[in-house]
Design a binder for this molecule. Structure first.
Ligand code: BES
Ligand code: MN
Ligand code: ZN
Length: 498
């Protein structure tokens, strides 16, 4: 992970590989860039080779200043300036700079003090995200061939608030951690190894971690999670991590009340569809069906670094959805932890089953809020596309808070309905309390309303359907190829704002 620190000396005396100036259209005319670099910027602007237009960029090779390259990135007009575009543009530029054999970089930005709060956090995020790629299984020569060797190691910023950039880096670091885990294939990360990883992770970060194996799941009546996992040779696990704020009084003593938030993640380490087997094209990338769970671990990594006053729980329902001699079947009727029976209509609608038990577990903790994340439905991806996640909640306060955090962190989130009575009627089974699959129409709402049956009434709860946004075919902006870990920064922002 590249660190960003504040420039301690003058711009003039800094020697390194590259310099990056972020410029608005208005600033181009004024040109507040410090000498000796101002003359290059002025010349480019005069020749109209660079005007600060949004998304524009230029590279000036230098020969005299002890710095190899000067990069300019346009931020556009002040009124069209958007934080999300800045984060994307900046990450893109940094990625390019890192691939153009620059090991060290000084960032110059012309910003007012009022903007420091927003811009410096974004700087930290962009620096933290720009170098991400999942290449541990790739030969080094291959990377070089593709021109993707990233060498940037050190970034300093002029006039930055290092506290703010550090916050951005905590967000980015958590997201990269979640990406690394989600990108691992199903032959490496399965429910059992995921539980081992979580246990080790908890120890490293001073968190509590409890893992329930299949015997314990049986005793606890988690019939839905068990059903999904029974077709695999690797049994399912429930993983529960806890962050307790420092100074929180122990049980029994009179404690000052702190907020308690539970994050719940879908951890299907591979989703073949089960006996309702997916067609080949749809099975591809289903190693990413554990993204919700990986995000939960990422969030807890961030929480451990942020040290908020809130108590934060991470709950992961891990299973592998496979066909096999012992696999659960269509027509099966299973009993979830809260006592409700579910008739299986489609074994590929497995995420809502594992979450059913995890949400009832989370409810028992009596938190002030439950937020679950899941690559739950293709329908949500069809509705919103690949760069937006769906938000389902009946709680206006939680909705407003999450939408605000998503906006601040540049992760697109859109609220979808959860109060459709007609869809609600289709949840009922002729032979059990509920049925797990419904019509393809309104599939994301059906799934959310199904989950609602397992959350204790009165607990504010939000469901984030990240199918679609969880996996990127190509890199763009803050996203690298593969797992995106969409939502980690939004959720951390939500915690930081509590
Ligand atoms: N994991 C999938 C959803 C998914 C699809 C995630 C595409 C990411 C990209 C989920 O378990 C699933 O298979 N859902 C089915 C539900 C249906 C059988 C009711 C779907 O969306 O088709
Ligand atoms: Mn499925
Ligand atoms: Zn799935």
């Amino acid at each position: 992970m590249i660190k960003i620190s504040a420039l301690s000396d003058s711009v003039k005396s800094w020697k390194g590989d590259a310099l990056l100036a972020l410029m608005r259209e208005e600033d181009c005319k004024k040109c507040l860039i410090a000498p000796p670099y101002d003359k290059y910027v002025k010349a480019l602007v005069e020749r109209k080779d660079f005007e600060g237009k949004k998304g524009s960029a230029a590279r000036v090779p230098l020969f005299e200043e002890g710095v190899k390259n000067l990069y300019l990135v346009g931020l556009g007009k002040a009124e069209e300036y958007a934080p999300a575009a800045l984060r994307d543009g900046l990450t893109h530029a940094l990625r390019k700079i890192g691939r153009e054999r620059n090991e060290s970089l000084l960032i110059l930005s012309d910003k007012s003090d009022a903007e420091t709060d927003v811009i410096d956090v974004i700087l930290g995020e962009a620096v933290g995200l720009c170098g991400y790629s999942f290449e541990k299984y790739k030969k080094k020569e291959k990377k070089e061939e593709q021109g993707e060797t990233f060498v940037l190691k050190e970034v300093v910023g002029d006039r930055i608030d290092a506290k703010k950039t550090a916050l951005g880096q905590i967000f980015a670091d958590a997201q990269c951690f979640a990406r690394d885990l989600a990108n691992e294939p199903g032959n490496v990360v399965n429910p059992v190894t995921l539980a081992q990883i979580a246990t080790r992770f908890a120890k490293e970060h001073g968190l509590d971690c409890e893992v329930w194996d299949e015997k314990k799941l049986e005793r606890e009546g988690m019939g839905a999670l068990l059903a999904v996992g029974q077709g695999s040779v690797t049994p399912p696990r429930l993983i529960h991590l806890t962050y307790t704020p420092k100074g929180k009084a122990k049980k029994g003593t009179k404690a000052t009340k702190v907020k308690k938030v539970a994050f719940v993640g879908k951890g299907i380490t591979f989703d073949s569809g089960g006996l309702d087997l997916k067609p080949s094209d749809f099975m591809r990338t289903m190693k990413g069906d554990k993204s919700g769970a990986c995000n939960v671990l990422g969030i807890l990594k961030g929480v451990a670094a942020l040290e908020p006053k809130a108590e934060v729980h991470g709950i992961i329902a891990a299973a592998e959805n496979m066909p096999g001699g012992n696999a659960f079947r269509p027509d099966d009727i299973v009993r979830a932890r809260n006592g409700k029976t579910i008739e299986i209509d489609n074994t590929d609608a497995e995420g809502r089953l594992v979450l059913a038990d995890a949400l009832s577990f989370a409810s028992d903790l009596k938190p002030d809020a439950i937020i679950d994340m899941a690559t739950l439905t293709g329908a949500c991806a069809v509705a919103l596309g690949n760069w937006t996640a769906g938000l389902f909640t009946a709680d206006e306060g939680l909705s407003a808070a999450l939408l605000a955090s998503a906006q601040k962190r540049g992760e697109r989130l859109w609220r979808l309905p959860m109060d459709d009575e007609k869809i609600g009627e289709t949840l009922k089974s002729k032979f059990a309390d509920l049925v797990n699959g419904g019509s393809r129409y309104g599939g994301a709402t059906f799934a959310a309303m199904f989950l609602n049956e397992f959350v204790e009434k009165g607990i504010p709860w939000a469901h984030l359907d990240i199918a679609g946004a969880d996996f990127m075919k190509e890199e763009s902006g803050v996203y690298a190829r593969g797992a995106s870990a969409w939502g980690v920064r939004t959720c951390l922002d939500y915690i930081a704002a509590l």
